[in-house]
Design a protein around this ligand. Structure first.
Ligand code: ADP
Ligand code: MG
Length: 359
C-alpha cells in the first residue's frame, strides 16, 4: 500500500480542449495518505468518475501525473496498479455462484484454494452473504448483487486502494443505511486506503475522515467534515453541505468594513481590500445565527419543524435569512432581532472566502 498523489492533473474528453468548460477536470492536486478513509463529494457531472478512472488507470489524464508513493504510474495499465474498484451498478457473473464470484479476483491472481476459501467466507460474513454462498448470482436481487460487487472489491488483501463509485445507488433505502455504517466499520478492520465517491453529503460525512468537495471539474475544498461545516472555503461548500445550507447575503464594503444593508457585520475575514472589484457575499450558516435583544431587525416569515430543530425563515429588506431554533427554544412572533456569530461568518469574493487559502 502507498500514498496516492495526483499532480497538476487536467482531463478533457475532447481532442483539442481550450476554455475551462472543455475540461472534465482542472487543476487537480490531491494527496491521499495510506490507509485513509476519503470521500469525493459533488453533484452529478462534476468529474468524480473521471477522477476515479484516472486513479485506477482505466483513463489516462490529458495532463499531469498519478503517483503511488514515489512511483509515477501515469502510464501504467490498470491491471498493474493493484486497485480494486466497485462501480455504481453490480458487476457480477450471473452464471457463477456467489462463492465463485467472490473467489474470482483471488483466483485471477493465483491465490491457493485454501486461502481463497478463508477470505471468501470472511468477506461473505462481513456482508451477510453466507447463506447464499452456493446460489447462482442470476436469481439474486439488485441489492444482493451489489453486495457481491462490494465483496469482490473488498476481498483482495494486497491492493493499493479500494475505490467505490456511488456504490449504494441501487440499494434500497433501509439497507443503504446499514451498508453505509458497515463500510465505515470495514475500513477500520481492513485498513486499506478507501476512496468513496458520492453526491450524497450524508454518505460522505459518515464514511470519511477527509472529504474532497468537487464542483465543475475542480476541487473547491478538502477537509474534515467539521472543517467543511465550520469554515467553508467556497460558497458551493456552504450551500451543498448542511441542511439547510449556508445563508449567502448581499454585502457592501465601506471604509474596509462589511455591511449587510445598513448593518455592520463582524466576520473572521481579513484583508477585504484584496477583494476589490469582486462580487461580494456574506456567508453564515443557520446554525450560527441567534435571536438577540439588538442586532439586525427581521420579520419572521415561516417556521418549519424538522423534529430535532425548527427552521425559522426571516426577512430583512428583500433578503431571506434562515436560522435554526433548538427544541424548547422560544421563537418570537412577527418582528425580532438576530445576530450572526462572528467566528463563523465569512465574506466571499466571487465565491471564495476572502483572505483564506484556496483548496
Ligand atoms: P460524475 O461522476 O461526477 O457524475 P463524470 O466524471 O462522469 O462526473 O463526468 C464529468 C464530465 O465529463 C461531464 O460533463 C460528462 O458529461 C463528461 N464525460 C464523462 N464521461 C465522458 C465520456 N466518456 N466522453 C465524453 N464526455 C464524458
Ligand atoms: Mg459518476
Amino acid at each position: 500500500m502507498s500514498k496516492i498523489s495526483l499532480k497538476a492533473m487536467k482531463h478533457s474528453y475532447l481532442a483539442e480542449p481550450g476554455e475551462d468548460a472543455d475540461w472534465a477536470l482542472r487543476d487537480i492536486d490531491i494527496e491521499w495518505s495510506d490507509g485513509g478513509a476519503y470521500a469525493l463529494l459533488g453533484p452529478s457531472g462534476c468529474g468524480k468518475t473521471t477522477l476515479l478512472n484516472i486513479i485506477s488507470g482505466l483513463l489516462r489524464p490529458t495532463r499531469g501525473k498519478v503517483l503511488f508513493g514515489d512511483e509515477d504510474v501515469t502510464e501504467v495499465g490498470p491491471e498493474r496498479r493493484n486497485i480494486a474498484q466497485v462501480f455504481q451498478f453490480p458487476v457480477v457473473y450471473d452464471t457463477m455462484t456467489v462463492y465463485d464470484n467472490l473467489a474470482f479476483p483471488l483466483r485471477n491472481r493465483g491465490f491457493a484454494e485454501p486461502d481463497i476459501e478463508i477470505r471468501v467466507r470472511q468477506t461473505a460474513q462481513m456482508l451477510d452473504l453466507e447463506e447464499r454462498l452456493f446460489t447462482k448470482a442470476a436469481g439474486l436481487t439488485a441489492d444482493a448483487k451489489q453486495k457481491i460487487s462490494l465483496g469482490r472489491g473488498l476481498i483482495r488483501p494486497d491492493v493499493n486502494a479500494i475505490l467505490f463509485d456511488e456504490p449504494l445507488t441501487v440499494i434500497d433505502p433501509h439497507l443503504k443505511w446499514v451498508l453505509r455504517s458497515k463500510l465505515k466499520e470495514l475500513h477500520r478492520q481492513i485498513g486499506s486506503t478507501m476512496i468513496y465517491v458520492t453526491h450524497d453529503q450524508t454518505e460522505a460525512l459518515t464514511f470519511a475522515d477527509q472529504v474532497v468537495v468537487m464542483h465543475d471539474g475542480t476541487v473547491v475544498q478538502s477537509g474534515t467534515p467539521i472543517e467543511l461545516f465550520e469554515a467553508p472555503r467556497h460558497t458551493f461548500v456552504g450551500h451543498f453541505i448542511g441542511s439547510p445550507g449556508m445563508n449567502l447575503l448581499p454585502c457592501q464594503v465601506k471604509n474596509g468594513v462589511p455591511y449587510f444593508f445598513k448593518n455592520k457585520i463582524k466576520t473572521v475575514s481579513k484583508s477585504l481590500a484584496s477583494a476589490k472589484g469582486a462580487s461580494l457575499q456574506i456567508g453564515v450558516r443557520p446554525e450560527f445565527i441567534a435571536f438577540s435583544e439588538k442586532g439586525i431587525p427581521v420579520q419572521i416569515v415561516k417556521v418549519s419543524d424538522t423534529g430535532r430543530y425548527r427552521i425559522v425563515e426571516t426577512r430583512h429588506e428583500d433578503t431571506m435569512i434562515k436560522l435554526l431554533a433548538m427544541e424548547g427554544q422560544e421563537i418570537p412572533q412577527g418582528g425580532a432581532h438576530i445576530q450572526f456569530d462572528p467566528a463563523f461568518t465569512r465574506i466571499y469574493a466571487d465565491g471564495w472566502a476572502v483572505g483564506e487559502e484556496r483548496a
